[in-house]
Design a protein around this ligand. Sequence first.
Ligand code: ZN
Length: 446
Amino acid sequence: MNATRVCTRCVMDPSASDITFDAAGVCSYCTDFLARLEKIRRSVGESQARVDDFIARVKAEGRGKDYDCIVGVSGGVDSSYALLLAVERGLRPLAVHLDNGWNSELATHNITNLVTGLGVDLYTHVIDWEENRDLQRSFFAAHVVDIELLMDNAMYALNYKQAAKQGLRWILGGTNLATEGMHMPPGWNHYKFDERNIRRIQARFGTHRIKTHPLMSTTDYLWWEYVRHVRWVSFLDYFPYDKFQALDRLQKECGYKPYPYKHYESVFTRFYQAYILPRKFGCDKRRTHLATLVASGQMTRADAMAMLETPPYPDPQQEKDDREFVIKKLGFTDETFGAYMQAPPVPHASYGTEEPLYRAALRLNRWLKTTFAARAFFSSRSSFRHRTRWPLNGRSVWRARCWGATPGCTSSAWTPTNSTRPTSITRSDATCSTTRASCASRRRPC
Ligand SMILES: [Zn+2]
């Protein structure tokens, strides 16, 4: 494979070890991403009522409480825009922010302006710096790729715990398909609910016990999501999300100031993504972020290629300043940090991981859904209506399947989207227009 080959549609290249190209030079990454994006866009285009239903449900469940939902904010564009949209739609969110000691001045400025301008309460959890520094030093000593696992894992833990504390079910995240939906290549990051990995690395290399640092395991995630029914929602996927339009609105309405690249709101993340990852681990995360924007039509391929030609640090002086700042703040010397950069990477799994447990849970969930859906479908053919309770998502919904569907037709109508039992479902109610159209040409029209 040609090492300089770049996808003819996006900007991914063989630095993603499992990439494949078709005869036209289009890569597997953007092909897979566009298939998933198309699904999301179809659902957005088909039903704006879906957004209204969701907002109404969050409002109804927040009645009598101080807030309707949690919105985690980092100071980045995606989470800031999620907060703006939540307020615009009449929700009463509690903004939750995790301060791990690495916020840039710009991030602090953006968060303050945002919550003040929108009139939203902000809960900030400040991580114990000595403990966090020791954990970060342990991850350096372990030579694993995802040092940001510490921050991401803590951020998830904090949001779920705050939601439970406030008695809320909904966490609206800035996570979204339109700007970050292309999956990370193998070896560029690590599974995020891996408390075991964090504890094992700290036990081997650390000098402090973990006492206050928020942590989240796979079983915690399953507990929150499927037993306590606290749900993390990729809120921006409910809207036709365009990053540059969002940025424009944030600048005009909230005095927001942009960063040169995604996730550069934290000094450590900036240094990690622009210096450590490309030089020690051979990956430039800008490539997947820009490829996503190109594939989703938010940026031209030529502009993205031009950006990738520039160094990850837009300013050499800032690179020098950040290097000195990070080395000093983490208690390294030039020599010890230089030796770290020269040493080979070590996989996270060498220290113990919960990832196989998560994959097994996913397989079980898929099997249960398939089994229960099949049973519900066959039982519905005699009663014409049925209630399907997905075993692990904790929601009951009334589902009416197109009665006239020929074998192989999978179209269905959801009536309604909440858990209220419908008083009656007529044959026409249960037959969605898509189904009717698709069945019309078949032997058993609806
Ligand atoms: Zn591509």
